[in-house]
Design a protein around this ligand. Structure first.
Ligand SMILES: *Cc1c(COP(=O)(O)O)cnc(C)c1O
Length: 471
């Protein structure tokens, strides 16, 4: 499979190339040249497959030319063998219509493990063949950082520098990063917000005095391999609920539009998805874009669901590219306009295209709390704040009649409630216990450096510790 940039200028790359590069050199995001499609008979034949075998079926077309099916199988087995549930992403039933897809059985208790555990193995496999040392730099509001660090800790030929906003991640999230003492893991607490940290990372990738000296890579959801791994659980859930003979809806708590974009890709591949609900918190740029065509960034409000506290959703560009008829020049012009004015209006043609599958909803803290308490009262399920926003959106749309109650609706449970136990306790009075697999997290030694929120300080800190590129 060949990958092209959404901005039309960067050279096409194979799967190995896009996995190591992350971002395209023209500032765009890589997407497959075309969406592989399964027939209904092929999808029907996937029912009942173990997760790893299903993952190989779904991902094989995307990695063709870079990995054999046998190699892919080995990597998936290594990645998903670490999950605490044999089904990897099990379903739990809430009522006649609603289901939870539990994506938090990985080592760091959030759905990001599903993709990043696999990505860690892929990095190692691809670097084995090369005389390259990879420097991963990322900014995190908590979940990406912990999942990425767990996935690459101790691996040869990789260093990871992870910036988190000092004091603004939960204690569980911080400890999952800072208690990893492997020498290739570098945690930096920045005096500033997540957006400040993210802006510094973006600037480093474009800084000629810095970027040219190292082989930089990204682990946020602009990396195609992450989205690819997330397509699998949409198939897994829908197959259990009767696909391809019966359509299924999904409600997805959304921040960077990565997870829900994977659902869109599943539908392009032939999975009969009735609706994809894009659930946002009060940081609602995606809800405004999908309901009114208004994609304009406001300022970020801190909420109980910090992984959705985002005002610019990087992966939305991948959808715009498809809605624009895959015209790279048009997408580039549109994104450059957005980057300078922080606003963009969707055309009526784009909105009609998006309406075919997406419905959006904005869920405020009160509605989130109601969804948490209802799940506990009705089904004995404790939800994390992100998941509660997804379920709250599904409930409201079902009550309004926008979502058909006869169609099963799967809410993606993106984090284990214990990862956000203070917020859960505030909303419900229940304090979720950490699962046994996180062990002695609160007894372990922490290691991180605190740096001022100043670009040069952070860049020079990393430059002094990263391994330079060869030649
Ligand atoms: C990252 C994250 C999200 C948002 O996912 P996107 O792919 O950025 O839309 C939602 N919930 C949790 C718990 C997360 O960690």
């Amino acid at each position: 499979m060949d990958y092209i940039s959404t901005r039309g200028k960067a050279a096409a790359l194979d799967f190995e190339g896009v996995t190591l590069a992350g971002l395209a050199s023209d500032g765009g995001l890589y997407v497959p040249r075309s969406w592989p499609k399964f027939t209904q008979a092929e999808i029907a034949a996937m029912a009942g497959l173990p997760y790893v075998d299903l993952a190989v079926r779904i991902m094989a077309p995307y990695v063709a030319g870079s990995l054999t099916e046998e190699e892919l199988h080995g990597l998936c087995q290594a990645a998903y063998g670490r999950f605490s549930h044999k089904a990897v992403t099990p379903l739990a039933q809430l009522d006649e219509t609603n289901w939870l897809l539990e994506l938090f059985h990985g080592p760091t208790l959030a759905f990001k493990d599903v993709a990043l555990q696999l990505l860690g193995h892929m990095f190692e496999r691809f670097l084995n063949n090369r005389d390259t040392h990879l420097t991963i730099i990322g900014a995190t509001s908590g979940d990406t950082g912990s999942a990425a660090i767990d996935a690459v800790a101790g691996r040869e030929k990789v260093d990871i520098f992870m910036l988190h906003p000092d004091g603004r991640v939960s204690d569980v999230q911080r400890r999952q990063m800072t208690t990893v003492l492997a020498p290739n893991v570098h945690n930096i607490a920045i005096d500033g917000s997540f957006d400040d940290a993210q802006a510094m990372v973006k600037r480093m990738f474009g800084d000629p005095d810095f970027a040219g000296k190292f082989t930089l890579s990204a682990v946020n959801s602009i990396n195609w391999a992450r989205l690819m791994a997330q397509i699998v659980y949409y198939f897994a859930a829908a197959l259990q609920l009767g696909a391809p003979h019966r359509p299924v809806a999904f409600s997805v708590p959304t921040g960077n539009f990565g997870d829900v974009f994977a659902g869109y890709v599943a539908s392009r591949m032939g999975l009969p998805i009735a609706r994809l609900v894009v659930a946002t918190n009060v940081n609602d740029i995606l809800h405004r874009a999908l309901s009114a065509g208004d994609y304009s960034a406001g300022s970020v409000t801190a909420t109980a669901a910090p992984s959705m506290d985002i005002q610019v959703s990087s992966n939305f560009e991948r959808l715009l590219f498809d809605l624009e008829g895959r015209d790279g020049a048009l997408t580039a012009a549109r994104m450059q306009g957005f980057e300078s004015s922080k606003a963009m209006q969707l055309t009526s043609q784009m909105r009609t295209g998006a309406d075919g599958i997406f419905t959006s909803a904005r869920v405020d803290p009160e509605e989130m709390g109601i969804a948490m308490r209802k799940a506990w009262d009705d089904a004995g399920q404790v939800l994390d704040p992100h998941t509660a926003i997804g379920l709250g959106a599904a409930h409201r749309l079902q009550e309004e009649g926008t979502l058909d109650r006869s169609i099963p609706c799967v809410t993606l449970a993106t984090a284990h409630p214990s990862k956000f136990r203070d917020a859960v306790e505030r909303a419900t009075g229940l304090r979720p216990r950490l699962p046994a697999r996180v062990g002695d997290l609160f007894e372990r030694e922490e290691r991180f450096d605190k740096l001022a929120g100043d670009y040069t300080t952070v860049r020079d800190y990393i430059a002094a510790r990263a391994v330079p590129a060869k030649g």
